[in-house]
Ligand binder design. Sequence first.
Ligand code: AP5
Ligand code: MG
Ligand code: ZN
Length: 215
Amino acid sequence: MNIALFGPPGAGKGTQAKELSKYYNIPHISTGDILRANVRDGTELGLKAKQYMDKGELVPDEVLIGLIRNRLTEPDCETGYLLDGYPRTIPQADALTGILSDINKPLDAVINIEVSDDELVKRLSGRRSCTCGESYHVVFNPPEKEGVCNACGAELYQRDDDKEEVIRQRLSVYNEKTKPLINYYDDAGILVNIDGTGAVDAVFADICKVMDQFK
Ligand code: AP5
Ligand code: MG
Ligand code: ZN
């Protein structure tokens, strides 16, 4: 099954994708996680991306398009994929259509997780992240042991871009550059809207109802 999770920063894409990837046994491809891993490793890509990420800006399209092409042609995508955080601009979406046509794996659905701006700010300002890709919330989704990842035992950290002023900038970039993709995929007939305001488990169940159609 070939799915993209879509939604503003803090909608719960990463939280849901982690679980969905295990449940359906398809790779979770988060461009944000790939970029952060490159920042940590100090690669050339990471050094370039960091300048944009720290300001809440998008990393240039040509960088992301090359990255996603490489990732989608890896063997674990044979059985499908779950995109998280890509595409984020019209040129990225157009490039994706070309890549997916080359590998004959067109998108089955784009699942748009809807959450209000006030709730997004609360979620992002209380988020605690792990280098393994898990994310928690100090109030809404705390780890079993404070400051420690349930999945891998590593110490949790607060992302540099989860500061209030950067959060506002990310939301504004989303509204300007990414939100137009809702119409883009609605016109393509593959957009499904999901209410992302319920509890994590409730949102998961709603997404499964959609994904089950493509098993
Ligand atoms: P990225 O890492 O993709 O960040 P984002 O889109 O801003 O999304 P987030 O990861 O912040 O939110 P999420 O939806 O995953 O929410 P989460 O599940 O963690 O991108 C970061 C940066 O990288 C970008 O700004 C850009 O610079 C660059 N980048 C990445 N991809 C790019 C691309 N394609 N093009 C260009 N640049 C790119 O949940 C958030 C919080 O809410 C957590 O604390 C969680 O515990 C909590 N929560 C989740 N669900 C619920 C719930 N149902 N109820 C209550 N709390 C919940
Ligand atoms: Mg995320
Ligand atoms: Zn972890």
